[in-house]
Design a protein around this ligand. Structure first.
Ligand SMILES: Cc1cc2nc3c(=O)[nH]c(=O)nc-3n(C[C@H](O)[C@H](O)[C@H](O)COP(=O)(O)O)c2cc1C
Length: 241
């Protein structure tokens, strides 16, 4: 838990995103698999055919940061929010609540509580706050609570639809939750899970830090798929937490 907190803070609360030491350690311990765009259309080491189904669209979504402040029309926002709302949820609970911030002064006020590493998001014309509460979704007595899962599914729908419509949609955890909740009148018992930063892609990355500039054009980084897929039984050797 502590390690996770440290990694999150060092990644998102500073400008060290791609190269901070915790990331380097993780990368040297695991062979990082680079997913380059030219994989699309060919086969992937795992065996799947990369031109099939949604994979090309999924691969075109990246957590990019070079955005413009150009406003995004409400009908576009309504389309991507509808995509989010079409996500599946346990017993059709629909636990997601989206507070869409696209007007002043709320937009500028929310941006005051972004972490330093998320300076790039200050240009965004629309920020979607994804909020929920545990009782809005299935709570199975053996400890399974589904509201965060449901919001994750909805957020992914939102991001994929935004990407298909030519927008950047970048989720962030680097923000101060309490003051943003107060600003947006989000009740205490709701969790502000993520802010999804929306924007049109910028043709220049000059406003980004050097590290973020490199990330804009980097190939996608994932651990080998064998680290995350097991067949028929759990064969992973995860170190204890
Ligand atoms: C829950 C969550 C929180 C994130 N928080 C931040 C953040 O605060 N700042 C940031 O720049 N990126 C953030 N990201 C983006 C990730 O760093 C990014 O998705 C990851 O590096 C993989 O890159 P890709 O999305 O381009 O494949 C976050 C992503 C998720 C899903």
């Amino acid at each position: 838990m502590l390690i996770l907190w440290f990694e999150l803070m060092s990644e998102y609360y500073s400008h060290c995103v791609p190269t901070c030491s915790s990331n380097k350690t993780a990368e040297s311990a695991l062979v990082t698999q680079r997913l380059s765009p030219d994989v699309v259309g060919g086969t992937y080491p795992f065996g799947g055919i990369m031109s099939d189904g949604l994979i090309p669209a999924i691969m075109s979504r990246r957590a990019r940061r070079a955005i413009t402040g150009q406003p995004i029309a409400r009908d576009i926002l309504e389309t991507i929010l509808t995509a989010a709302h079409l996500a599946p949820s346990c017993a059709n609970s629909q636990p997601w609540r989206f507070v869409v911030v696209d007007e002043e002064p709320a937009l500028t006020q929310v941006k005051e509580y972004l972490s330093g590493g998320n300076y790039w998001a200050k240009l965004s014309p629309v920020i979607v706050a994804v909020v929920s509460r545990a009782d809005l979704d299935c709570q199975i007595p053996d400890g399974r609570e589904y509201h965060l899962f449901g919001c994750g599914l909805a957020s992914m729908n939102l991001m994929l639809q935004a990407t298909e419509m030519g927008l950047i949609a970048h989720p962030i955890a680097g923000f101060k939750q309490a003051p943003i909740k107060t600003l947006l009148d989000i009740p205490d018992d709701f969790t502000l899970i993520t802010l999804i930063i929306l924007g049109n892609p910028a043709d220049t990355d000059q406003l980004l830090s050097e590290k973020h500039r490199l990330e804009e054009v980097s190939e996608r980084s994932r651990v080998p798929i064998s680290n995350v897929v097991a067949w028929n039984r759990f064969t992973f050797s995860e170190p204890p937490p």
